[in-house]
Structures are given as structure tokens and as C-alpha cells.
Write a protein that binds this ligand. Structure first.
Ligand code: MUC
Ligand code: MG
Length: 367
């Protein structure tokens, strides 16, 4: 089987409830659907969500990187030639989301051609993941209402609260209120998206002492090299790295530099191949991981769950899989569902992505 062409389809689906966080806001899913076509008629599919405030990529740059830089070297390869495909793509620096989407679409093709689910190919640990929901910035009452809605409608009991605002008391008040509303059983952790200095972060962690947080994610910028190290040394909570760890090398740098004690794995930026390397690295180093979310729609969330369910270490704690619930529509023919706090993987070959062509036609921006 040979790759014959790659389609990059920009689309836009509005969110019903925008997500606000310290580094930006997402009001509509302006993503790129990536389809890798083959001479046997099989099509590998994945999604690329541009996050300019995190990786510098845009919808247009993702399409250009794939069409102009990657496709010429990928056409003619077999989907099994993944290492060759990566060697070619890695001649271009950066562009993690564009590379990840191609990688996942190739894995999709491998699964489709074998008639096996990619999750089973990767590790096959389980067919489901518990779900953690991300609570974006809002008035405290609205943040509490969001948590209660997710608990009552979807059985979710694990929550990541966005922090990183000024004054820090805004976030402290919100965290206290969410804990108060959900009770002691709920799992809570925070994510600062680099919004605070190291000193502000430590002050907030002390003030949040009674909230019973599990860990804190990316509180200050990756460039605050010594500040991050100081925070890890002084924090009583594990400090997870997210947007500072877009490659296995960056994971090594952050962890060995003493700047992080846990890692968020996002398939949207490391696909399946590099996510596996990140996971193996973390297991070798003896540090914990969480399956993060790049504010994915259903296609991206299915990719996250595909990887997360494949391994004991990633399936062991709830993955961030619920952002799509706040979108007005999506592209899957068979929508994902979260019930009793669990997302079940579809039992289909490949990643299991079946695009509803009518929906794609409605939301695509290139026609
Ligand atoms: C997260 O975990 O940070 C927000 C920005 C981004 O790049 O990812 C999301 C969620
Ligand atoms: Mg994060």
C-alpha cells in the first residue's frame, strides 16, 4: 500500500461555551482535518488543532507544512514506513501539531489495513478511559456550575481547574468554591498555562493547601529556568509540565533539570509515535503522566483515548477528554459519549474515526 495524496481540510465549528485560560481562549474549533489517501482506497484520518499561543502554528501554517514540506516526501511511502516518514518530517523544525496529525493518520492506516484497532496495536490495555473535565476561567459561580453540570450529566468526578489569573486570589476563591461544591471525593488539580511567576505560584499553592489538589500543571513559563526549579523544590505537590514538553528531548530537559515532576501527554502534539517515546521515557525515569487535551474535538479526543487506553500508566488516571462537550457540533458519524465518567472506545479497526461527510461539508472552510 502506498500513500498517494494528503488532504488538509480547514474547518470551523463554534463552541457553545468558549474555554478561557491564562494563555488564550478558544471560541470555535478552527482545526485542520488531515486525510492520508492510499492506492488501496484506505484513508487514514486525524485532526490538527492549531494553538498559536502554544506552538506558533495556525490553520494555514499546518496546511502549508503538510502540503508543501511533508507531502512531497511522504507520497510513495507505505504507511508502515513511519520511521522514514518521521525522518522526513523532522527535517523541518517545530510544527508539532502538523507532524502529530500525519503520524496518527499513518497509524490509522496501519490499523485499518490489518483490521485491528490502533489502541490494541499500541498496547491494548483496556477499551475505556475515565474522564477529567477542564474548567475554564469565569465567575466563580459559573465555574462551580460547570463542574456540577459535568458531574450530574456525565458522572465526571475529576476536574482540572484553570488558574494563572491576577490577582491570584481570583483563582484561589474559585478552587475553594469548586471543592466546597463537589465535596472531598472529587479529584481536583490546577493548570496555570504559564500565567504566574514562580513566587506567585508558590504563594497560591500555600493558599490552596486545604483544597486537596492532586498536582499543579505548567504554572510558570518554560523560560523561567531557575524559577521553575525553585518551585519544584519548594512545592509539596507534584508539578506537571505541559506546553514546555512538546518532544521527548524537552521532557528530558525539564525532568532532569528539576523543573517538572510529572508530564502531560497530548497526542495532538506528539501523535502516537512520539507519545509512546514520551511515555517510555517517563516510565524509565519513574514519573507520572496524565493524558492532556489540546481542546480537541471528537476526532482529537478519540485519538487521545486511543493512546490513553492502550497503556496501564495512561489508563490509570482520568484523561482530559471532555472539551468536545462544549462544542455546538462535531464531525464524527457516531458521536462520542461520556457516561458515568467514562469514555468507551468504539470497537472498530484503526482509530475508529468515521467522518460524517455532510457535517464536514457544512463546516469546512475551503469551499
Ligand atoms: C491545557 O492543558 O493547557 C489550553 C491551552 C493549550 O495549549 O492546551 C489547553 C489545555
Ligand atoms: Mg495544560
Amino acid at each position: 500500500m502506498k500513500i498517494t495524496r494528503i488532504e488538509t481540510i480547514p474547518y470551523s465549528i463554534p463552541f457553545t461555551k468558549p474555554l478561557y485560560f491564562a494563555s488564550g481562549v478558544v471560541t470555535s474549533a478552527e482545526h485542520v482535518l488531515v486525510r492520508v489517501h492510499t492506492d488501496e482506497g484506505l484513508i487514514g484520518t486525524a485532526d490538527a488543532p492549531p494553538r498559536p499561543y502554544t506552538y506558533g502554528e495556525t490553520q494555514a501554517s499546518i496546511a502549508a507544512a503538510i502540503n508543501d514540506l511533508f507531502a512531497p516526501g511522504l507520497i510513495g511511502l507505505s504507511p508502515l514506513d513511519r520511521e522514514t516518514a518521521h525522518a522526513h518530517m523532522n527535517r523541518t523544525v517545530g510544527n508539532p501539531v502538523a507532524k502529530a496529525a500525519v503520524d496518527m493518520a499513518l497509524w490509522d492506516l496501519v490499523g485499518l489495513s490489518l483490521g485491528v484497532s490502533v489502541s490494541q496495536l499500541l498496547g491494548g490495555y483496556t477499551d475505556r478511559m475515565r474522564v477529567a473535565h477542564m474548567i475554564g476561567f469565569s465567575e466563580t459561580d459559573a465555574m462551580v456550575a460547570d463542574a456540577l453540570r459535568m458531574r450530574d450529566q456525565h458522572g465526571i468526578t475529576s476536574f482540572k481547574i484553570k488558574v494563572g489569573r491576577h490577582p491570584i486570589e481570583l483563582d484561589i476563591q474559585a478552587c475553594l468554591a469548586v471543592r466546597d461544591a463537589l465535596g472531598p471525593q472529587a479529584e481536583l488539580y490546577i493548570d496555570g498555562n504559564r500565567g504566574w511567576t514562580a513566587a506567585e505560584s508558590l504563594r497560591a499553592l500555600h493558599a490552596l493547601d486545604g483544597v486537596g489538589l492532586l498536582f499543579a500543571e505548567e504554572l510558570c513559563p518554560a523560560d523561567d529556568v531557575l524559577g521553575r526549579r525553585w518551585l519544584v523544590q519548594h512545592s509539596h505537590l507534584p508539578i506537571y509540565a505541559d506546553e514546555s514538553v512538546t518532544t521527548p528531548a524537552e521532557v528530558t530537559r525539564e525532568v532532569l533539570g528539576g523543573a517538572a515532576t510529572g508530564i502531560s501527554i497530548k497526542t495532538a502534539r506528539t501523535g502516537f509515535t512520539a507519545s509512546q517515546r514520551v511515555l517510555n521515557l517517563c516510565q524509565g525515569l519513574g514519573i507520572e503522566v496524565v493524558m492532556g487535551n489540546q481542546i480537541d474535538g471528537q476526532v482529537g479526543s478519540l485519538c487521545t483515548a486511543t493512546f490513553g487506553a492502550a497503556f496501564k500508566a495512561t489508563a490509570g488516571r482520568p484523561g482530559e477528554l471532555s472539551n468536545f462537550l462544549d462544542m455546538s457540533n462535531d464531525l464524527l458519524a457516531e458521536p462520542l459519549a461520556i457516561e458515568d465518567g467514562v469514555l468507551l472506545l468504539p470497537q472498530r479497526p484503526g482509530i475508529g474515526i468515521e467522518i460524517d461527510e455532510a457535517k464536514l461539508d457544512r463546516y469546512r472552510q475551503d469551499r
